[in-house]
Design a protein around this ligand. Structure first.
Ligand SMILES: Cc1cc2nc3c(=O)[nH]c(=O)nc-3n(C[C@H](O)[C@H](O)[C@H](O)COP(=O)(O)OP(=O)(O)OC[C@H]3O[C@@H](n4cnc5c(N)ncnc54)[C@H](O)[C@@H]3O)c2cc1C
Length: 448
């Protein structure tokens, strides 16, 4: 490569996590992997140690164990979005479509199911290998819960679509879901058995810690820049550099910070709160369950059983943050909403307070496609999680690894067919539009 054609990509910002995730706080401390210091040579550098990056590293080691892989994470494994989510690795399409579910919608759903189940297959293999118990990895399925007539109607429509897809599911009435959740707030529910429920920080730490062979992980080691050279690429970190042939960009929204998918990623943040422990006898029903809302903008709730007591997780609220930073004020406002939602759902737990509150980022695209593919010679992106990153980012990490190594699979065929993410409207229209859209959809969601 001549000096003139040298390409340089420098990041304009690094990720910053707001609030302390309960999932990390509840775990024992773990020895961090070292920072990168000095010079190194690798066959592949993976930038980002979330679902996408760690899944890509695992898939590379399966396909070609001789390759030397360096995974860089700007922070600590488990403290980013992959370890601070609600822990649903969902198998089915999340939302019902507005049409009558004919040709296009049904085949898109079938494609989503292949994507999601590829992720679940990887996660299940690791869980079996490591002998994880159900506190880390629980194949218990999920409830979609309604709290209003609109939610009920939505679940009936969802059930009809699942029937057409031939997917197992069960509708529950208010009494049946109350027996499980111990609260009478839900008007109906739909159970699907294929979702895996994880302790997300334990899961992602576990995935990192079981990577074997020639894979090295470097924590607190952000990739600051990468530039082309005679060998391929030189990745620069604050205290070192790596000469490599190939790169997998698995840093979700921060792909844009390096200049990729400019003006095509919607940086949406969502928020969660977890209560302090309470005496399990204070809430009837089952001690462990996980529920997503019937309406997409609604509230996710989990009951988490612990040895010293149980906790409730509330996840709701979405904000658009183009700079990928959430303020303490935004976290506080979301927390006030969580408190209200908690009180409505669990009036009997009146004096139980929230102990942890946190926010985390996601990258969505207008046309709901991943930010995926070879973006420069030897640089493969597995970004743009579109909200369901536990499934989608895992699968795109697998697909990026397979594509990079020339391996053809059902997954790579699907990913090759994806269109490019659509351009967003320019600023300030996107800011005004995204904020207004989120506010309107939250209002429409009402109590859900
Ligand atoms: C509160 C909350 C609840 C959620 N619930 C769910 C759920 O139940 N199910 C679900 O499927 N999804 C859920 N999500 C979304 C899910 O967490 C994300 O979609 C998922 O984490 C995306 O995975 P990823 O690997 O693409 O990106 P990330 O998990 O964001 O990982 C990217 C990594 O890249 C690193 N990075 C960034 N820049 C650099 C750099 N320059 N150098 C090195 N490293 C860098 C970051 O530190 C980060 O660790 C939730 C999100 C939140 C915040």
């Amino acid at each position: 490569m001549s000096k003139d054609s040298k390409k340089v990509f420098t990041t304009s910002k690094l990720p910053k996590n707001t609030g302390v995730s309960a999932w990390v706080a509840m775990l024992p401390s773990r020895g961090e992997k070292p920072r990168l210091e000095g010079a190194l040579t690798a066959d592949v550098v993976v930038i980002g140690g979330g679902f996408a990056g760690l899944s890509a590293a695992r898939r590379i080691s399966q396909l070609d164990p001789a390759l030397r892989v360096a995974v860089l994470d700007a922070g600590v494994i488990g403290e980013g979005a992959a370890g601070r989510n609600s822990g649903f690795i969902i198998d089915l399409p999340h939302e019902v479509s507005a049409d009558d579910y004919g040709g296009d919608s049904a085949s898109k759903s079938q494609q989503d199911i292949v994507i999601h189940r590829s992720a679940i297959a990887l996660a299940s293999d690791i869980a079996a290998e490591q002998g994880w118990d159900r506190d880390i990895f629980d194949p218990c399925g999920r409830y979609s819960v309604a709290i209003s007539e609109r939610g009920d109607q939505h679940l009936v429509a969802y059930s009809e679509q699942l029937r057409k897809l031939g997917e197992e599911h069960r509708l529950l009435d208010a009494k049946e879901i109350a027996a499980i959740t111990g609260t009478h707030c839900y008007t109906s529910a739909l159970f699907t058995p294929g979702t895996i429920i994880v302790q997300p920080a334990a899961y992602i730490r576990g995935v990192a810690d079981c990577l074997r062979g020639r894979i090295s992980i470097y924590e607190r080691t952000p990739a600051m820049a990468f530039e082309s050279d005679a060998q391929g690429w030189m990745v620069k970190t604050p205290q070192g550099w790596i000469s490599t042939g190939k790169i997998i960009l698995a840093n979700n929204g921060h792909a844009e910070s390096f200049g990729f998918f400019k003006g095509r990623l919607l940086h949406i943040f969502t928020y969660a709160s977890m209560t302090e422990e309470f005496d399990p006898s204070r809430l009837p029903g089952e001690r462990k369950w996980a529920a997503t809302p019937a309406l997409p903008m609604g509230t996710t709730v989990r009951r988490v059983a612990g040895q010293r007591g149980d906790r409730i997780l509330i996840r709701s609220r979405y904000t658009y943050n183009s700079r990928q930073i959430v303020s303490e004020g935004a976290l506080k406002r979301a927390g006030a909403q969580h408190d209200r939602k908690f009180k409505t759902r669990f009036p009997g737990l009146g004096n139980v307070n929230m102990e942890y509150r946190w926010a985390g980022g996601m990258a969505l695209t207008l046309n709901s496609v991943p930010a995926f593919g070879e973006v420069e010679h030897g640089v493969f992106a597995a970004c743009g999680c579109n909200g369901l990153g536990a499934s989608k980012a895992t699968a795109s990490g697998i697909a990026a690894a397979e594509m990079m190594l020339g391996y053809n699979s059902e997954l790579t065929q699907i990913y090759r067919r994806f269109q490019a993410p659509k351009a967003l409207p320019p600023r300030p229209f996107i800011t005004i539009g995204a904020k207004a859209n989120l506010a309107f959809r939250e209002w429409q969601t009402g109590t859900e």
